[in-house]
Design a protein. Structure first.
Lengths: 76, 76, 76, 76, 76, 76
């Protein structure tokens, strides 16, 4: 299971950077729990529970901090 | 579902930056749970539970850290 | 509901910066839950529960990280 | 209730910086809940619950990040 | 129990950096709980609970922030 | 109870830095709860609960961010 698809944190745009951040988080979870059926089995629970959705967005926010800094916030 | 509306982290003011941070968090949650009815169904719960409101503000604080750094804290 | 009163992260002192950080968190929560009665209704719960008070201080710590960096830690 | 005693983030040593970080967190909680009796009433609970102690140390870690950066990590 | 295998935060690629971040988190947990049987005994629980998987990915995100900054985001 | 043993964040290696981060977290908890018997009494609970172990590793990750930055990530 690749942890960093493309093996780079550099993206052309914030949108791509945001998507990469989501991918990093998902690949980490998939690395910890390789069973796709288990992960999909948990979705009806977390995808309908506000607290779980917020925690997922919290992880995304942390991952995006790293990607955004890596890309110098796409300022240029 | 666009993750970063406008595909830029740069805003004219802190107020706009703060609003963008809220938008990033909401679009991430909407990306994870596309069902607007599900999201709205959860609102009576999280919007009246102090712990959930605090977690939402925690995510906002993290997203705003990124936006503020991107805009060099609107110092100029 | 204004998210960043004064539309600036710059303050004269750490004390003002700390107060602004509290204000940012409160205005975010108020933005998510406009019902003041709902917010005040939750206070007897969160303001007497150690875990909730700690979570609130955690959000304050994150917001203050941003404000302190914006003001270059009031070093000068 | 003063939020930042001494109105400065600068300390002579890491030890003083660490103590200031604890003070910032405590003053924030005291600002949210002015009732000392309420705060002391919660102590038998949080001070004997591992998860609560960990959350308190998490807040301290975040506050210390800010103080350490403010003092350039006391490198000189 | 070594905390930082190789005693360096520098890696050749983001993929290796991401793996090192996972290792740091795991070695810390193993340092706190040396009993491998205890750790493995907990897996059926945390590896099938969405909230736990998210918390694990949150720790990974934090550790990766450090590794990525250490490697200047592998920009060169 | 000393908060920062050695009163410095500078260490020779990442391994020592990682150990210092653990020490900072532990000394903070011990500062909040001076009762060693209470702390040891909580261990059978937190040291066998995945969520608690993850939270402890989260605090370690935050403390290590500070120590690593203080030591310029031991790049030289």
């Amino acid at each position: 299971m690749v942890l960093v698809p493309g093996n780079s944190l550099l993206t052309a745009t914030p949108e791509e950077g945001r998507a990469l951040a989501l991918t990093l988080a998902r690949h980490t979870i998939h690395n910890i729990q390789p069973g796709l059926d288990v992960l999909q089995g948990g979705r009806p629970n977390y995808a309908t529970t506000p607290e779980s959705l917020m925690r997922a967005s919290q992880v995304e926010a942390l991952e995006f901090q790293t990607i955004a800094a890596a890309n110098n916030y796409w300022r240029s």
